[in-house]
Design a protein around this ligand. Structure first.
Ligand code: ADE
Ligand code: ZN
Ligand code: ZN
Length: 269
């Protein structure tokens, strides 16, 4: 996602934290954040230029038309071929680091950074084209038109659909977040518990979210959007509900994961 998408995911998440997680997040956030996780949710993107190896941690692409995610096949840095470098293992990795919060001796990791990474990557893994096809770099290599503007397909899902929604339907981003939060407590109330569920031996379950994204990439993102397509109202109106659902799921699952991490932690001390 772009800056807005990440801020939306983090705003939804911070509003759903239990008291242990809310306290830990407040402690870990840098002073400059004013206890607002959303304000730091795109920090990981700013590192791509300085640490190019970190780019691979934002996505997990698949073979053409796979429409599913397989850890051994797909968790790999496309540039170097190094295995285990993708958004799925990044989430597992930073989850494990955060589990050391409050332990003695103090964790050797910078847990402020761990929190900002997991908050960012939990957003990215819910963007369908972050689990798109490796051959077109998750839609980055497919140029299309978004209404009158030339754009690549990846950017349309990262930012353009959200921007167009805010322009047409809402006063500002906060108004949009309010609407998603309303849907979470009303329209999607019966499904939210399932979104939060994760298996007994995992507390972040990123492979599940990657599989969903890979399926959505085929069903919604790539469908009727090939090189040179002009995407306008028909695409916008059928896809924005998917974007809203993925932003909601990202926020709900970031909160659920942080709640499990810090709950576990306070149960140990
Ligand atoms: N580069 C290669 N694949 C990518 C993807 N799915 N998302 C963003 N950048 C990428
Ligand atoms: Zn992206
Ligand atoms: Zn990212």
């Amino acid at each position: 996602w772009g800056e807005d998408g990440h801020a939306i995911v983090c705003k939804i998440a911070q509003g759903r934290l239990n008291s242990a997680a809310a306290a830990a997040v407040k402690k870990l956030l840098p002073k400059s954040a004013n206890n607002d996780l959303a304000s730091k949710c795109s920090w990981a993107d700013s590192l791509k230029v300085v640490f190019p190896w970190s780019s691979a941690l934002h996505y997990a692409d698949t073979p053409d038309n796979a429409c599913n995610y397989k850890q051994t096949r797909d968790c790999v840095d496309l540039k170097t071929g190094i295995k285990g470098r993708c958004v799925v293992s990044a989430i597992t990795n930073y989850t494990n680091q955060l589990l050391e919060y409050g332990s003695e001796p103090k964790s050797k990791y910078n847990l402020t950074q761990s929190l900002l990474f997991i908050s960012h990557f939990m957003g990215d893994i819910h963007q369908p084209l972050h689990c798109g096809f490796a051959s077109d770099k998750g839609g980055n290599d497919i140029s299309v038109h978004w209404y009158k503007r030339k754009q690549n397909l990846h950017h349309i899902w990262d930012a353009s659909i959200i921007e167009t929604e805010v322009e047409r339907f809402y006063d500002d981003i906060d108004d949009f977040v309010d609407a998603i939060q309303q849907n979470i407590t009303k329209t999607w109330a019966d499904e939210v518990e399932e979104w939060e569920n994760c298996s007994n031996d995992d507390i972040s379950c990123p492979a599940i979210y990657a599989s969903e994204s890979a399926a959505d990439a085929c069903k919604w993102a790539y469908k009727d959007a090939s090189e040179g397509s002009v995407l306008e109202d028909e695409y916008f109106f059928s896809r924005f509900p998917i974007v809203n659902l993925r932003l909601a799921q990202g926020g709900v699952r970031l909160a659920a994961t942080l709640n499990r991490i810090f709950e576990t932690q306070s149960a140990m001390s």
